[in-house]
Design a protein around this ligand. Structure first.
Ligand code: ASP
Length: 330
C-alpha cells in the first residue's frame, strides 16, 4: 500500500513538473534588432553588400534567440546581439563608427532592464572595444546611470574590459567618407548617414531589456552626445509596457524623449505598440527629425516604424523564423 501511495505521489509530482515546464515553454520570447536608419535604398546597394547585411543581421538574431531559447535572460540577449554588431564594420557602432569633426571615434551606448528599471550608459568613449558592455557595467557595478569620457574609461579598465586604440574603430571606408566630408559641404550632408545598432529582447520570464550603441553622427562636434546613451530618448525598457531602441537624428529624439514617450502612451493611454510607436515617429518627423525605432511589447508584439528611406532591422520570435528587412516595406 505504502509503495502504491509513494508512486502515486511521484506521478502527481512528475505531472505537475511537466505542466509547469510546458507552461513555461509556452511563454512568448524573442528579439528585435536594428542596424540604423537612413538613405538605405536598393539602387545604392550591390547584391554582395545586401547579402553581407542580411547575413550579419541573421547571425545577430540567431545569437540573441539562442540565449533566450535556452532560458537565458533578456539583458544577456541584448548585450550579445549588440556586441556582435559593434564588432562588425558594417554598422556605426564600435568598429566602423563615424567620426567627429576632429577625425576621432567617440562612442555612446546604453542598456536598460525592464524588470527593475535599472539602467546604465556610457558616452564619449574612445578606447573601450564594446561600449554596450561598459553601459551594462555602469548599471550593475556602479551606483550611477551614466558615466562619460575618461572617467568611464578608467572605470572600464578597473573592471577588466578590453581596451583598444582609437584607430581600431576607424575603418578605411569611414575615413574616406570623413575626408570627403571635410572637402565639400555637399558631401557633409550626405555623410550624415545613420548606422547605430540596437536590440530589444523579451525572455521566457517576461523580462524585457533594451540597448543601443552608436558612433553618433558623422562630423559631429567633439563632445557631442546624442540620444543613444540617454535613457528615455534612445533606449527604454519596462516589463509593464515595452522595450524600445531608437536610431536617427539624435537631437530630435532627445527633445521628444522618444523611447519613454512610446512606453508612456502604452502605460497611460493603453495604446498598442504599433499605434504608440507610429505616433511618436510622426512627432519626430513634425519637428524635422528623421529615423526610426524598434519596439517589442510584453506580449511579444513587434513594431519597427521609421520615416527614412530604409532601416536595417529584423526580429526573431518564438515559434517563428528570423526575419530581416532593410528597405521600406521589405
Ligand atoms: N541616434 C544616433 C545619434 O544621434 C545616430 C544614429 O542613430 O544614426 O547619435
Amino acid at each position: 500500500m505504502k509503495t502504491i501511495m509513494k508512486s502515486a505521489k511521484l506521478i502527481i509530482l512528475f505531472s505537475i513538473l511537466v505542466t509547469f515546464i510546458s507552461l513555461a515553454q509556452d511563454n512568448k520570447f524573442g528579439i528585435v534588432i536594428h542596424g540604423g536608419a537612413g538613405r538605405i535604398v536598393k539602387e545604392n546597394m550591390t547584391p554582395e553588400r545586401e547579402s553581407e547585411y542580411t547575413a550579419k543581421l541573421k547571425e545577430v538574431l540567431e545569437t540573441g534567440y539562442k540565449i533566450l531559447e535556452r532560458g537565458g535572460n533578456a539583458l544577456d540577449a541584448v548585450e550579445s546581439a549588440i556586441r556582435l554588431m559593434e564588432d562588425s564594420p558594417l554598422f556605426n557602432a564600435g568598429k566602423g563608427a563615424v567620426l567627429t569633426e576632429k577625425g576621432a571615434a567617440e562612442l555612446d551606448a546604453s542598456i536598460m532592464d525592464g524588470k527593475t528599471l535599472s539602467a546604465g550608459a556610457a558616452a564619449g568613449i574612445k578606447h573601450v572595444k564594446n561600449p554596450i558592455t561598459l553601459a551594462r557595467l555602469v548599471m550593475e557595478k556602479s551606483p550611477h546611470v551614466m558615466m562619460i569620457s575618461s572617467g568611464a574609461e578608467e572605470f572600464a579598465k578597473q573592471n577588466g574590459l578590453e581596451m583598444v586604440d582609437n584607430e581600431y574603430f576607424i575603418t578605411k571606408e569611414r575615413w574616406e567618407s570623413y575626408q570627403r566630408a571635410i572637402k565639400r559641404e555637399e558631401e557633409r550632408k550626405k555623410a550624415e548617414k545613420h548606422g547605430t545598432v540596437g536590440a530589444v529582447a523579451l525572455d521566457k520570464e517576461g523580462n524585457i531589456a533594451a540597448g543601443t550603441s552608436t558612433g553618433g553622427m558623422m562630423m559631429k562636434k567633439f563632445g557631442r552626445v546624442g540620444d543613444a546613451p540617454i535613457i528615455g530618448a534612445g533606449t527604454y525598457a519596462n516589463n509593464n509596457t515595452c522595450g524600445v531602441s531608437a536610431t536617427g537624428s539624435g537631437e530630435y529624439f532627445i527633445r521628444i524623449g522618444v523611447a519613454k514617450d512610446i512606453s508612456s502612451l502604452i502605460e497611460y493611454k493603453g495604446m498598442s505598440i504599433k499605434d504608440a510607436s507610429e505616433e511618436v515617429i510622426k512627432k519626430v518627423g513634425n519637428l524635422g527629425g528623421s529615423g526610426g525605432v524598434i519596439c517589442l511589447d510584453k506580449f511579444g508584439n513587434v513594431a519597427m516604424p521609421f520615416n527614412t528611406e530604409g532601416m536595417y532591422r529584423g526580429f526573431y520570435l518564438s515559434g517563428g523564423q528570423p526575419v530581416v528587412k532593410m528597405y521600406k516595406g521589405n
